[in-house]
Design a protein around this ligand. Structure first.
Ligand SMILES: C[S@@+](CC[C@H](N)C(=O)[O-])C[C@H]1O[C@@H](n2cnc3c(N)ncnc32)[C@H](O)[C@@H]1O
Length: 232
């Protein structure tokens, strides 16, 4: 991976609410975009710029890469990244307590009330993954980011995508996953809103090997959706 590759802007622009599309990458699955708006929850579904940048970042990863996503919702962003690694021997692990069984949610109720959860279910996420023909590329982890991190076995990560609860306290916990990102790997944050920015900037101030590479506000259509950090 190479820092410059992250600056390839999307060749499409919004005019009066409609996308005017130029040259988009061959593997960027247009047919599949028609299916995305049907997915409930999350900000990726049906959003061309979200999809393009996520697809692009995932497609830059070499073979045998590992992506960890925090915040699956119905699987739209995992699926978009999945189309970016299709054909490679790479994998996406996507974490969301919303995929836990009702029994587990009940048994961990006290722990879970502090999170802003979007309870979907694993069955729907699996259906969506199958519909996208991405079985084997995406592995759902029904848990919180915090608890999944406690159980993590130390494997290195090539790309971390954080789109979980967006509160300052939760994003601070999500940032702890950054310790497992490889040197030369990236951490991408969705929704660069104040609590997210504050938590992430505090983390990178204390871990100087992290470098802010680009924000989607720097590139067309200049929406504040994605911010990319590189680990030197
Ligand atoms: C904005 S949605 C994710 C959207 C998804 N990435 C997409 O673009 O399709 C946020 C998700 O984060 C989940 N979430 C909230 N707290 C979490 C935590 N502590 N760990 C993991 N996921 C969490 C919610 O249940 C919700 O499904």
């Amino acid at each position: 991976m190479n820092k410059q590759d992250y600056f390839v802007p999307m060749d499409a622009e919004l005019h009066n609410g409609k996308w005017v599309v130029g040259n988009l990458p061959e593997g960027f699955d247009w047919k599949f975009l028609d299916f995305l708006p049907e997915l409930r929850g999350g900000g990726t579904a049906g959003r061309l710029d979200h999809s393009y940048y996520l697809y692009h970042y995932a497609s830059l990863l070499p073979d045998n890469s590992r992506i960890v996503e925090i915040g699956t919702a119905q699987g739209a962003s995992a699926i978009v990244m999945g189309t970016g690694i299709r054909g490679k021997n790479s994998i996406i692990l996507t974490i969301d307590p919303g995929m836990m069984s009702d029994e587990e949610v009940q048994s961990r109720r006290d722990e879970l009330t502090k999170y802003e959860l979007l309870l979907g279910n694993l069955h729907h996420v699996m259906q969506n993954i199958r519909a996208a023909r991405l079985e084997g590329y995406i592995v759902p982890i029904p848990d919180t980011s915090e608890n999944a991190l406690k159980r993590w076995d130390g494997r290195k990560i090539d790309m971390l995508y954080v789109d979980g609860s967006h509160t300052y306290e939760d994003v601070k916990k999500d940032c702890l996953w950054m310790q497992y990102v490889k040197h030369g790997g990236v951490a991408v944050f969705d929704d660069w809103i104040e609590p997210v920015e504050k938590a992430v900037m505090e983390y990178v101030a204390a871990h100087r090997e992290w470098e802010l590479l680009t924000r989607s506000t720097d590139q067309p259509p200049k929406h504040p959706w994605k911010t990319v950090f590189w680990r030197n």
